[in-house]
Write a protein that binds this ligand. Structure first.
Ligand code: SER
Length: 316
């Protein structure tokens, strides 16, 4: 019997993951948790509890009392926001992880999902088809916290047998809820402005290539990884995962095919340096070999589905 808790469920990944897990396991077996007292709009219809990932005692007693078997720990500050609040970002991104890893070590939780990111790589990493194992010298607070988290996940697995599974998500593109505070967020914002008929000012240069993925692929990957037989999970730090990759100019050109009047200009800000330190494309052959990963969405499908579905009312 699986009983799942998604912490940080109100964010871009959580709102869709809770829905999909609810469809699979029954909404009575999936609890969404976030720091807000009110259930966020995107989680209506699911079981909701107010839970601060940093409140170790409350998280512990909730998980133990509710007999939670599986935790998805999504609460984190993303790359751009973390640069503005490094102390808090480090605390949030690390302390919550230890709370959950310890509960698993003590036998209360059977399985953990914890997201890592392409931000674990840095300027000294090979940018093209970045391998699973390579030089990793992240230069952002977010990247440092994700890299440290990856090491701790592997450590808890090796020392204590904790079944923790992880993906290095690329930039995630979705329409159900808005992203917040990431360097890849331009590739979501662009659709809202295009649909509103507005000019789009991109905070990255036109040729900045980054790895990206449509949310449906990302959720499917997460569920497939979590359901894969334990002997197939050979990497306990975090799996490289690739969907597609593109530059701002390329996504703009694809949008123009649907909205010929669309216009983009470029005004790079502090996020350019973050993007420049990250890979342009990812080699995910180990995820493909170990648990059969295969993406569906490439740039043209992603643009089509986004333009069909973004709801500009989410902006208000
Ligand atoms: N999308 C994230 C960010 O831009 C990367 O993991 O911060």
């Amino acid at each position: 019997m699986r009983k799942v808790l998604v912490i940080g469920a109100g964010g871009q990944i959580g709102t869709e993951l809770v829905m999909r897990l609810g469809d699979k396991l029954g909404t009575e077996n999936v609890i969404a948790a976030d720091v807000k007292s009110e259930c966020p709009l995107g989680l209506k219809g699911s079981q909701y509890v107010e839970l601060d990932a940093l409140d170790r005692d409350k998280v512990r007693s909730f998980i133990i009392n509710e007999k939670i078997t599986e935790v998805y720990l999504l609460a984190a500050l993303l790359s751009a926001t973390a640069e503005k609040n490094p102390d808090f970002a480090w605390r949030l991104n690390m302390e919550g992880l230890f709370t959950i890893l310890d509960l698993a070590k003590e036998g209360y939780i059977k399985k953990i999902f914890w997201p890592s990111s392409i931000a674990v790589f840095g300027p000294t990493t090979p940018r093209k088809d970045t391998p699973q194992r390579t030089t990793m010298e992240p230069t952002t607070v977010y990247g440092i916290s994700k890299q440290a988290g990856e090491r701790w996940c592997e450590y808890y697995h090796q020392k204590h047998g904790v079944d923790v599974r992880s993906i290095r998500y690329p930039g995630l593109i979705s329409y159900t809820s808005l992203p917040g505070g990431g360097t890849t967020d331009y590739a979501v914002d662009i659709f809202y402005q295009a649909k509103l008929g507005n000019h789009f000012t991109c905070f990255l240069e036109k040729d900045t290539r980054l790895p990206m993925m449509f949310m449906e692929d990302a959720i499917r990957a997460t569920i497939e990884l979590m359901e894969a037989p334990i002997e197939q999970i050979k990497i306990r730090s975090s799996y490289n995962l690739s969907g597609c990759d593109f530059t701002p100019a390329e996504i703009a050109r694809e949008i123009e095919k649907h909205i010929p009047t669309f216009h983009i200009s470029y005004q790079p800000d502090f996020r350019q340096a973050i993007a420049d330190s990250w890979p342009g494309s990812i080699d995910d052959s180990e995820a493909r070999e170990d648990w059969g990963w295969k993406e569906i969405y490439k740039l043209p499908d992603l643009v089509k589905v986004m333009l069909e579905n973004v709801d500009v009312h989410l902006l208000t």
